[in-house]
Design a binder for this molecule. Sequence first.
Ligand code: URA
Length: 237
Amino acid sequence: MERLQKVIANSGYCSRRKAEELISDGKVRVNGQVISELGFKVDGNDEIMIGNKVISREEKEYILLNKPRGVVTTTSDEKNRKTVIDLIDTDKRLYPVGRLDYDTTGALLLTNDGELTNLLIHPRNKVDKVYIAKVKGFFDKESALTMSRGVVIDGVKTAKSFVKLRKYDKKSDSSIVEVIIHEGKNHQVKKMFEAVGFDVLKLKREMFAFLNVNGLKSGEYRYLSVKEVKQLYSLVK
Ligand code: URA
């Protein structure tokens, strides 16, 4: 038996707090009956409905994908482009945890565990993401410092971050830069570089939390171990 709000949040329908609100507001029915009591417990046979939507309680699946370029991070694309979901052979309804741009590659988590997703993307939990960017020109110390202290993008200052030049290639006049952020604003890394006058040529997410894509070719994926899932939960709870 589990608490109703936990089951709703786990299904990915909404956060636990929102689920509590829905219950208190009398929007949730269990086996046809409105339940507005927060302590209410349900088991696997109970049918939970919010409005006319049945809350699904399928088994949880956790996948780490090495996202290739040219794939959108959505479950369906109105322009009919290939999505990250198309790369995964599953009968579960998975969705991505956060977003990587069409041309960004690297570590992307996919799951049907809504509770973990909500926790991982909540700014309060400050989950680190490590990016490796190839930028045009020599990336100087001054720009690295400015970027790491926070720059204004879309009218809001970014949080402090870690920014370090890894390598400069004279021949192609380009730099490889490591950036570690815990926020997830739209196109954040590209816009941070733009704010200090650099163009991103390539972007890869090397790590999401402690997960990296070592051993996975572009487009390949693997299931997380039980230990890794527990580790993710302990990171954000
Ligand atoms: N920042 C970006 O600019 N793009 C991504 O895909 C991820 C982070």
